[in-house]
Write a protein that binds this ligand. Structure first.
Ligand SMILES: CCCCCCCCCCCCC[C@H](O)CC(=O)SCCNC(=O)CCNC(=O)[C@H](O)C(C)(C)COP(=O)(O)OP(=O)(O)OC[C@H]1O[C@@H](n2cnc3c(N)ncnc32)[C@H](O)[C@@H]1OP(=O)(O)O
Length: 248
């Protein structure tokens, strides 16, 4: 149902429900959340996870809520929201390798990720205005945060499917490529300073973020300012070699 494997510092989490095009129900959402949380917990330790890639098995990324059991229920909604929260809060970058169609809740999963690598044949479909659904606030604001208000209005109000080319044009796709492309991006991020990445991730979705004087910096900012990694970056620059960051 949910498969996790490691490729060095990158954890790959795959939704594997071919028969339903990787549709999500409460059980799958819970298993996916637990896999993401476990990968995030492995960010500390001797063999740390430095980035997570989420993808789908087979021809689809995720077909959204599992409709086979009738209209999806509150259990699904709560389990899905908790899973999206885990994607947003895990302390390492998450890349969605959108390997095929992403529909409804599957688009929300791709949106919750920090970056999206989208396969050429993939498509994002969100027909909420065709089914009378009032979309949750997080999704609307998150989409506007990713693609800008103008594109967010256009995509949501027209309910037109968004293919890879348009997704790249509006910023919904950071790159067009396959799982290998996503793995290369993840491996690149895994070489950067974990505390800096964690800080960016924690602030990028904060609509109230403002320029803070140093004495009001967050604990994470203070940690980064006084970290071994900042000293290592300075030493590496002086010695003209790549830095080796340890996340402390
Ligand atoms: C535009 C970008 C920006 C937008 C940002 C905003 C995004 C926010 C949107 C959130 C909306 C709220 C979502 C809501 O909370 C819950 C939902 O997700 S509603 C469910 C929506 N999902 C669908 O309607 C998907 C329907 N499926 C398809 O469209 C297609 O199956 C596919 C995914 C495009 C794949 O097509 P094909 O490859 O041709 O495959 P088939 O159609 O033949 O299906 C194969 C097989 O899988 C079964 N299946 C497919 N989808 C589901 C599903 N959702 N649940 C259960 N089963 C599914 C299908 O029945 C077939 O089974 P078989 O008949 O072979 O037994």
């Amino acid at each position: 149902m949910i498969d996790t494997r490691r490729d060095g510092p990158v954890a790959v989490v795959t939704i594997d429900r071919h028969r339903t095009r990787n549709a999500l129900d409460a059980e799958v959402c819970t298993a996916l959340r637990e896999a993401i949380e476990a990968a995030g917990a492995a960010a500390e330790g001797e063999d740390p996870v430095r980035a997570i890639v989420i993808t789908g098995a087979g021809t689809a990324f995720c077909a959204g809520a599992d409709l086979s059991g009738g209209v999806y229920n509150l259990n699904f909604y709560d389990a899905h929201a908790a899973m999206l929260g885990a994607v947003e809060s895990v302390p390492v970058p998450v890349i969605a390798a959108v390997n095929g169609p992403a529909v409804g809740a599957g688009v929300q999963l791709a949106l919750a990720a920090d970056l999206r690598v989208v396969a050429p044949g993939a498509v994002f479909a969100v027909p909420v205005v065709k089914v009378g659904l009032a979309l949750d606030n997080w999704t609307i604001k998150r989409l506007a945060n990713v693609v800008g208000g103008g594109h967010a209005r256009s995509v949501l109000m027209t309910a037109r499917p968004v293919g890879a080319e348009e997704a790249a044009r509006i910023g919904l796709a950071n790159e067009i490529g396959d799982l290998d492309t996503a793995m290369e991006l993840a491996a690149e991020l895994a070489r950067f300073a974990p505390l800096s990445l964690r800080h960016i991730k924690s602030v990028i979705n904060d609509d109230d973020a403002r320029l803070l004087p140093r004495d009001e910096h967050t604990e994470l900012q203070q940690l980064a300012w006084h970290s071994e990694d900042m000293a290592e970056a300075r030493a590496a620059r002086a010695e003209k070699r790549p830095p080796v960051f340890r996340g402390r």
